[in-house]
Design a protein. Structure first.
Length: 127
């Protein structure tokens, strides 16, 4: 083994050891149930396609969420007209969940293709 290869092997081994040490103990890693508890319940899904939102109108109770799923091969970014949410850029196949906590109508559009519009009707939650 050449000196150069030995150095590369030592550097890789050192980086692996450092990354394992940086992980700390498992107490710092959230459990699956912790992660699932922090994800809002999605009551509806809106697919983003080349021809727009499908469906372009959904209804959910307050306190629940809508999944926005990019089913197109182009990037999309869903933004509420009232700035209450912004999905960020969703690449092909990506999705995100948006929580709707207050009753009312939330209109939105695709900021990368503003002709695509839709709305979420958020109904009052029942006690």
């Amino acid at each position: 083994m050449t000196v150069h290869r030995r150095i590369v092997v030592l550097v890789v081994a050192a980086l692996a050891a450092i990354s394992l040490t940086a992980c700390g103990d498992d107490a710092d890693i959230p459990s699956t149930s912790d992660v699932n508890a922090s994800v809002p319940v999605s009551s509806a899904t809106v697919k983003i396609t080349s021809s727009g939102f499908d469906p372009d109108s959904v209804s959910v109770p307050a306190g629940e969420a809508v999944t926005f799923s990019n089913d197109d091969n182009q990037d999309h970014r869903v933004v509420a007209d009232d700035d209450s949410f912004d999905t960020g850029t969703l690449q092909a196949g990506e999705s995100t969940v948006v929580l709707f906590s207050e009753a009312g109508t939330v209109k939105y559009s695709d900021s990368l293709d503003p002709s695509n519009t839709g709305h979420v009707e958020v109904t009052a939650s029942t006690p």
